[in-house]
Design a protein around this ligand. Structure first.
Ligand SMILES: NC(=O)c1ccc[n+]([C@@H]2O[C@H](COP(=O)([O-])OP(=O)(O)OC[C@H]3O[C@@H](n4cnc5c(N)ncnc54)[C@H](O)[C@@H]3O)[C@@H](O)[C@H]2O)c1
Length: 254
């Protein structure tokens, strides 16, 4: 049976580890061609090799020239890019009035402007091909807020705005733009966050207990949802945000 992503030529950011790596694994399994981008050279090199000598470029998504060069290289390496997954992102967690300008800019530059830089580089080629699909990895922070995580939710709310704006502008040219909003996912970032508490094990147990199913997601489970949205299995899903949080954001009281 043919792979579910046969014919997809995907530009994937933040691919060196975590959710991005899991998405890359799933896309390879479903026979997509992939071009990986990350700013972590050592990890990206190792991950690209482990995934089967995939094409990659070390680049920071906030660097517009580097991203436009990377996109051109992707077109040469895997053929005209017809899918973009904006996965690279960072947690910047503060109390609002303790947030310095540098932290504000870091959160917005990477989580929003970085995604826009990649869209801006990839969209002309998609429009020319008359087909394309963009997936932005948002978060439940795109529509809910946890105190003390400022300005991450500001950035993730804006990423949803970017998703909807581009979806409406380019729907007539064959391009779909959607968002995927994971809740808690078992990645290094989550572990770092638990480790920031005096009792990491208790913090972890508390996170699990919050969830209707008593557990959080694996990166592979998020990758399965990403694969669906980037595939041709949902041609009329556009400007949408698929929530993958085990039901947490619907829960009124634990
Ligand atoms: N882990 C979670 O619980 C969770 C939940 C909801 C949403 N998300 C979102 O999912 C995405 C991936 O998260 P993760 O947990 O796998 O993170 P992670 O930190 O494990 O991996 C992120 C990757 O992005 C890369 N990256 C960061 N900034 C970059 C930049 N400026 N340019 C290029 N590459 C850059 C990092 O080097 C890293 O390899 C992020 O957008 C995050 O906000 C994560």
């Amino acid at each position: 049976m043919a792979g579910r992503l046969q014919g997809k030529r995907i530009f994937l950011t933040g691919a060196a580890q975590g959710i991005g790596y899991a998405i890359a694994e799933a896309c390879v399994r479903e026979e997509a061609k992939l071009f990986l981008v990350d700013r972590d050279a050592a990890r990206l090199h190792e991950s690209a090799a482990r995934l089967g000598e995939l094409a990659y470029r070390v680049a920071d998504i906030t660097d517009t020239d580097a991203i436009s060069d990377a996109l051109a290289e992707a077109n040469r390496a895997i053929g005209p890019v017809n899918a973009l997954i904006n996965n690279a992102g960072v947690n910047v967690f503060h109390v609002p009035l303790d947030t310095g300008d540098d932290e504000w800019h870091r959160a917005l530059d990477i989580n929003v402007k970085g995604a826009w830089n990649c869209c801006k580089a990839a969209l002309p080629g998609m429009i020319e091909q008359g087909v394309g699909t963009i997936l932005n990895i948002a978060s439940t922070h795109s529509f809910t807020v946890i105190r003390g995580t400022f300005p991450y939710p500001v950035a993730k709310h804006a990423l949803l705005g970017l998703t909807r704006s581009l979806a409406l502008e380019y729907a007539g040219q064959g391009v779909r733009v959607n968002a995927l909003a994971p809740g808690y996912v078992e990645t290094r970032k989550a572990v770092d966050w638990w480790n920031s508490f005096p009792d990491p094990a208790a913090a972890r147990a508390e996170t699990m207990a919050l969830h209707p199913g008593g557990r959080i997601a694996s990166p592979a489970e998020i990758a399965m949802a990403a694969l669906f949205l980037i595939s041709d299995e949902c041609p009329f899903i556009n400007a949408a945000c698929l929530v993958a949080d085990g039901g947490l954001s619907v829960l009124h009281h634990a």
